[in-house]
Design a protein. Structure first.
Length: 152
């Protein structure tokens, strides 16, 4: 990836190219903006200045506070800093989904914070009814898609 000058930007420059505009969108503009960003992230003002000028990448312990301050995903900072690659993130996410156990109605109820026994039974009954409807031949299209809700 080469810039307009034909020179490949450094990681610090790529990091600054992402964080700088995000910081401006988040309101870090004008006199004192570096000091305010430093206070809100725990960094020194000189470190913020070097980061925004593309001269240095901050210590990764500051990535979460930076991400929160400038409203960027932490993963974006990790990728731009060269700590992880987008490919690694994608492969990790895919393997986690592939290895994740199936969600049971009980797990779903717990995740949704449904603890009342009557409410849980209502949820379980609704799920079971939807499963039966989904598997009923009269509610499926010839191509195997849809169901009663899709036809309405």
């Amino acid at each position: 990836m080469r810039g307009m000058t034909g020179v490949t930007p450094t990681r610090a420059q790529r990091f600054a190219a992402v964080v700088g505009p995000a910081a401006q969108r988040a309101g870090y503009t004008g006199h004192g903006s570096n000091a305010r960003l430093a206070r809100e992230t725990g960094m020194t003002e000189s470190s913020v200045s070097r980061m925004l000028k593309g001269q240095a990448i901050p210590d990764p312990k500051f990535f979460e506070p930076i991400a929160a301050a400038v409203d960027l995903p932490t993963r974006t900072l990790l990728v731009e800093a060269g700590i992880i690659s987008e490919q690694t993130l994608t492969e990790t996410a895919q393997s986690q989904v592939a290895s994740a156990p199936p969600v049971t109605p009980e797990v779903a109820a717990d995740a949704l914070g449904i603890h009342d026994p009557v409410s849980r039974q209502m949820l379980f009954a609704t799920i079971e009814k939807l499963r039966r409807l989904e598997n009923a031949p009269e509610h499926r299209h010839a191509d195997g898609t849809g169901g009663i809700a899709a036809e309405q």
